[in-house]
Design a protein around this ligand. Sequence first.
Ligand code: ADP
Length: 315
Amino acid sequence: MLDVIEKAKGRSVTIQSPGTVANLVCGFDILGLALNDPCDVMTVKLIDRPEVIIHNVDDYNLPTDPQKNVAGVPLLDMIERLGNQVGFDVTIEKRIKPGSGLGSSAASAAGGVVAANHLLGNIFSQNDLVQMAMLGERLASGVKHADNIAPCITGGVTLIRSILPLDITGISSPPLYVTIVHPQIEVRTEDARQILRKQILLKDAIKQWGNIAGLVAGLMKGDYELIGRSLEDVLIEPVRSILIPAFAEVKAKSLEAGALGGGISGSGPSIFMLSKDEVTALAVESAMKEVYTQTGIAYYTYVTTINKEGVKIIG
Ligand code: ADP
């Protein structure tokens, strides 16, 4: 171990860390996917002292105190696991707006540990990295969850069957386009969690697990019709969508434009829709723009595809 650390000291790596859509409609807390756009960029350098130094090169004014930055806490945990013999200097260029529901916090938490692990010759397993990165999610939202972290690290669509013990598996998927509207308002994950009902009816649970199984089967079989029918959330969306202006109109118009289905991205305020092809995804974008222009709320849209690589080394 000492050898690995000695060799890596002073070296740096630059990575691209993807945005993610978590809480994939019926898959609250258990299904997520990685996006090709937007992505954060981070540079991590190994230093002698057992500390994390954070530089932000964007306009988001995020904390530079590593205990308060979601990139810092997982790296502090890694330093401890390494016996306090090394530290990290981290530069974050955030392109995924914090609080967007597009996995901004996961991109920093996962990006940091993947970059650091790369410098150390990949001594930690993927499960170790997810465990460390989840500490960042706990800082951001008060709860450890992996449905942004796992797809961010591995790419693709990911099922988190359990976080205790950690049990993550990739789900294959046919080509899918993702259209997103991000209203420029903030919905804090912590707040969006607090309004959830703690108890549910058995009949609703049955509907939900039918949809989850249908969605997973549809993705694996490349059955777009089954994917579309299964993109229904009877538990979370009815409660959370009240936090998102014009949610019902965006959804209705997107379905009219040909989307397979979709819902709240993460805990919002972004709304995402899946489509079979680019022409439909662009028509969905136009529909979303039309609805949001009428609300008078500033917004941003993305038309992208599923990122299959996860965090990527770019330099
Ligand atoms: P998102 O779904 O976009 O990740 P969250 O509400 O889960 O949104 O996380 C954003 C919160 O985490 C904000 O309160 C933000 O200030 C805090 N935060 C701390 N460090 C970071 C970071 N490096 N990147 C993103 N958010 C961070």
